[in-house]
Design a protein around this ligand. Sequence first.
Ligand SMILES: [Cu+2]
Length: 104
Amino acid sequence: MKRVILVMMCALCAFSFTYAQDAKEKKNNKKTVTFAIEGMHCADCVKKIEKNIAFEKGVTDLKCDLPTKKAEVTYRADKTTEDKIAAAFQKIGMEATAVKGESK
Ligand SMILES: [Cu+2]
């Protein structure tokens, strides 16, 4: 009988550990994706991006780099997706392509 209890305790421990891990990931599921932006030519374009994309749902951080025509977008994966952000760029007349390998 003791052994059964021990096994059950172990199972419970493993379960709560997995659950805690899950909750932590849900809380901390920020993703950063670098987009190559076609149509970002000048400081006004950067302003336009900052005014629009920074306020997109789920976007928590945005860094534009004009010389390389790249925008680093940090977003909450439970609120939005890479595709939705790219669509938001499209809405303001820019083509955003996620740069693979630069995602964190
Ligand atoms: Cu411009």
